[in-house]
Ligand binder design. Sequence first.
Ligand SMILES: Nc1ncnc2c1ncn2[C@@H]1O[C@H](COP(=O)(O)OP(=O)(O)O)[C@@H](O)[C@H]1O
Ligand SMILES: [Mg+2]
Length: 270
Amino acid sequence: MTTLEFKNVTKIYNVRGFGQIKALDEVSFTLRSHQTIGLVGQSGSGKSTIAKILTQLETPTRGEVLLDGAPIPRGGKGLRKYRQQLRMVFQDPFASLNPYHSIRHHIERPLRLDKVVPRDQLDDEVRRLLLRVRLEPDAVMERRPHELSGGQRQRVAIARALASRPSLLVADEPVSMLDVSIRLGVLNLLADLQREEGLGVLYITHDLATARHFSDEIMVLNQGKVVERGTADDVILHPHDPYTQELRAASPDPEEFFRDRSARTLGGVR
Ligand SMILES: Nc1ncnc2c1ncn2[C@@H]1O[C@H](COP(=O)(O)OP(=O)(O)O)[C@@H](O)[C@H]1O
Ligand SMILES: [Mg+2]
């Protein structure tokens, strides 16, 4: 069991010629393996700042991040171990893969860095990971990212994230840049992997409907503050905060959304 604690984190950006932007205001939550937390909020509410702090692209102005009770080491083996345990899937499947490298290279890299398997098993492991995300290894391994569709690329990004056998995964709007018709397939894949691997997932989205469907708990962020949290059903069905009520009114009814989707899937329109 892995436990990640985000404790009273405040993040202030200093913007030259503008002043200060408080992107996060005393945000706290705990993410454990085997659990999905949906982090919901409109654009600019601070969601990606949380992801950036978790992946150490940014540091908190105040507050701390603890893994199994200990602060994240600043370097050395401890930091490498943290990075192996917490992996990230980014929003943009076009920007997150290197255009010059094959799919095989992308997945082999973390396998080599984290010494996940002996060298003579690299090929097998790459194939296993691609199958895990429902890609045909022989069809994609030697290709470069531009030869793949957005959905296929995002599956590669997920396979790469899983390569190091993490216990936690942060997915920052993982389907918002994909065609609407393939979003549900990628989300279902993430949900299957979460269950099968016992992952703790922070699912970041501006979409309440998918957050409810794919999360155990939901946390609503508004202007850097957590304004609501609870079980997914509670937050959606009985929102206390006016902002959540507004969000809910603005997004399609979750029940309708999925009834509609599955009806269309059954109808054969993908
Ligand atoms: N590097 C940065 N420098 C200055 N301001 C930033 C930076 N990154 C984000 N912000 C600001 O912080 C706030 C939260 O941004 P972000 O975390 O990206 O929100 P979200 O992912 O919910 O859209 C926004 O007001 C944004 O403009
Ligand atoms: Mg964002």
